[in-house]
Each structure stands twice: as structure tokens, then as C-alpha cells.
Write a protein that binds this ligand. Structure first.
Ligand SMILES: *Cc1c(COP(=O)(O)O)cnc(C)c1O
Length: 335
């Protein structure tokens, strides 16, 4: 089976398993796990921020960020197709206790500074005030679009001019960095906090990082404890995360394979695949997405439905060139 459902399905390699076995560990709730401390220091360094916090999942990282930046009853501004709004079980309402105000981004998920200004609510006797703007890069629901430094900076500047902090959901931050040929530090410079996943394209078995100022991370550490995310000898899982963090250069291979997959599928009658920017390939099918995916599975390829007639295929480090060729042939057969 060629599993293209997500870049989260990767299995840790020997280097990661050895790193886990050999990790120096301690109680991370007391901040005494040297491996977790190393991972947090390295993540902060790579992103050019002061500090970082190791969290079990990307979802928890985003939720901690929202809770930390906002006060109960405020509004949070986000793009309407963003993960924090669409795929986190209304956690913003449950964990941060904020009201969400959505902005409709363009076809790539980009939101304009004017939209930030239009969505802003000033606090008064009747209105709650805007507590946070969240951005997403790459934009998952729009097909892994890499949002430019200029677009991120413009939206963030509009928010900051209104004294609203900005959190970036960078679950696939390094895919964006790779596609834009920039550095992570430059790309996230305009935002106050960033979440990125170790467990996606970078290949770690588990874990995400929340990154920001020292003061923000101090507060976020308390919220992580509140949410039940304070882990003990977490160095066992952080050690493969450290290996994963140095796995960034390989994302270019995923992008190249995604392009080849998209071209191959686009040539199949009845399928329409747009040119991918990163490792996510969205395919429009004449058939209903679930029927199409059933047929693909019969031929040995897995994907996920994204809409009635849209499916997502993801390339990742357990997919090689041969798999891409086989997947194209199998999907053709399925059609
Ligand atoms: C996967 C993902 C998350 C959540 O990460 P988990 O580790 O699965 O909780 C958040 N945002 C985006 C854009 C994602 O793709």
C-alpha cells in the first residue's frame, strides 16, 4: 500500500529509534530533561526567537498559543479555512474561550491587511475587543500553499498597528521555508509566536514546538500544564524530534515528488491536479471523492477526501520516486 493520506504517517528510522533509546532524560515538568531543553533551545535558535516549548501535538500548541495570547471573551481573527477554525473541534471556544471572527482569504488562503483592519473590533462597553490574529503557513486546506514573507508581514503589521498579537500556525513551516527559498527566522520574524510540527514532513514520531518570546513561553508553559501537556521523561520522544529538526533539507524531495505526482495525475482523463507549491497535491475528480478513493485503495493507494470532488495526496519521506510512479499508474487504473 502506498500511503499518501498525510505526511504524519511516516515511521521513525533507525537513527531516531537509537536517539530515543540513548536520550538523557529527567523530569521535564521541573525543566530537568536535558534532551527536551536541547530541543527547545534548538527550535528557538532555528526560528530566531527567544524561547520554545515542546508540546505533544500541533493542535495543543495552537490552543496553548490562543489561550496565552487572549483573555476570555475576546475575539480571535483567523482565515475561514484555517486549521485552528476548521479542524480543532472549536477548541478556540473551549480552551481559550474566545469568539472567532473569520476572514475569507483568497484562493491561496492569503488575507489582506485591509481585511485585518476590517475584522478588528475595538473593545468598549458593548464589544469584546480583538485579542489575536492567527495565520497559517503552509495553508493546508488550500493545498499546501506557501504564503510569502511579504504577505505574512503585511497582515502581521496591520494587526500590530492595532495592538493585536499574531500567532502563526506553521504546522508545515519548513515546507513553506523550502518552497519560498528563505529562512525560517526571516519568515516568522513578523509574528509573535509560531507552532510547527516535528511529526509531519520532518518525520518525528510525535511532537510539535511552540516558539516565541521568553515571557510568552513562560506563560505558555503554565497553560501547557493546565491542558495536561506537562510530560515527565519526555526526552525519549524529544530525541527523535531533535533528529527530525535537522531533517529540513529533505523536504525539497517531497516537493519534487509532489510535482511529479500532480503532473502524472493531471494527465489522467477525469482528473484535474493543480500545480503543487509544496508536498500537498489536491486532485479534482469527476467521480465522488469517496468512490474515487475506494477505487484507489483497491489499487493500493491511499488519500483523503477534501471535498465532494476533491481529494488530497501528500508526499513524505516514506514515499520514494518508485512509489510515485507506481501511485500514478495505480490511480490511472482506479479511474
Ligand atoms: C496537522 C496540522 C495541525 C495540528 O497538528 P497535530 O499534531 O495533528 O495536532 C495544525 N495546523 C495545521 C495547518 C496542520 O496541518
Amino acid at each position: 500500500m502506498i500511503d499518501l493520506r498525510s505526511d504524519t504517517v511516516t515511521l521513525p528510522n533507525d537513527e531516531m529509534r537509537e536517539a530515543a533509546r540513548d536520550a538523557d532524560v529527567g523530569d521535564d515538568v521541573y525543566e530537568e530533561d536535558p534532551t527536551v531543553n536541547d530541543l527547545e533551545a534548538r527550535a528557538a535558535e532555528v526560528l530566531g526567537k527567544e524561547d520554545a516549548l515542546y508540546v505533544p501535538t500541533g493542535t495543543m500548541g495552537n490552543q496553548i498559543a490562543a489561550r496565552t495570547h487572549t483573555e476570555r471573551g475576546q475575539e480571535l481573527l483567523c482565515e475561514v479555512e484555517s486549521h485552528v477554525y476548521k479542524w480543532e473541534l472549536a477548541g478556540l471556544a473551549q480552551h481559550a474561550e474566545v469568539q472567532t471572527r473569520t476572514i475569507e482569504g483568497d484562493e491561496r488562503g492569503v488575507i489582506e491587511p485591509e481585511q485585518v483592519r476590517a475584522g478588528y473590533v475595538e473593545e468598549d462597553l458593548h464589544r469584546p475587543g480583538t485579542g489575536l490574529l492567527t495565520l497559517e503557513n503552509t495553508h493546508n486546506s488550500k493545498g499546501g500553499k506557501a504564503i510569502s514573507e511579504e504577505a505574512i508581514a503585511a497582515a502581521a503589521e496591520a494587526a500590530h498597528d492595532l495592538d493585536v498579537p499574531v500567532h502563526l500556525d506553521g504546522a508545515r513551516l519548513f515546507n513553506a521555508v523550502t518552497a519560498l527559498d528563505t529562512t525560517a527566522a526571516d519568515l516568522v520574524e513578523p509574528v509573535d509566536s509560531v507552532m510547527f510540527c516535528l511529526s509531519k514532513g520532518l518525520g518525528a514520531p510525535v511532537g510539535s514546538m511552540l516558539v516565541g518570546s521568553e515571557d510568552f513561553i513562560d506563560q505558555a508553559r503554565r497553560v501547557r500544564k493546565l491542558f495536561g501537556g506537562g510530560m515527565r521523561q519526555a526526552g525519549i520522544i524529544a530525541a527523535p524530534g531533535l533528529v527530525a529538526l535537522e531533517n529540513r533539507a529533505r523536504l525539497a524531495d517531497d516537493h519534487e515528488r509532489a510535482r511529479r505526482l500532480a503532473h502524472g495525475l493531471d494527465d489522467v482523463a477525469g482528473l484535474d491536479a493543480e500545480e503543487p507549491e509544496t508536498n500537498i497535491v489536491l486532485v479534482e475528480t469527476d467521480a465522488h471523492a469517496s468512490d474515487f478513493l475506494d477505487a484507489c485503495e483497491q489499487e493500493g493507494v491511499l488519500g483523503v477526501p477534501f471535498d465532494d470532488h476533491v481529494v488530497r495526496f501528500c508526499t513524505h519521506w516514506n514515499v520514494d520516486d518508485q512509489d510515485v510512479s507506481e501511485a500514478i499508474a495505480a490511480v490511472k487504473q482506479a479511474v
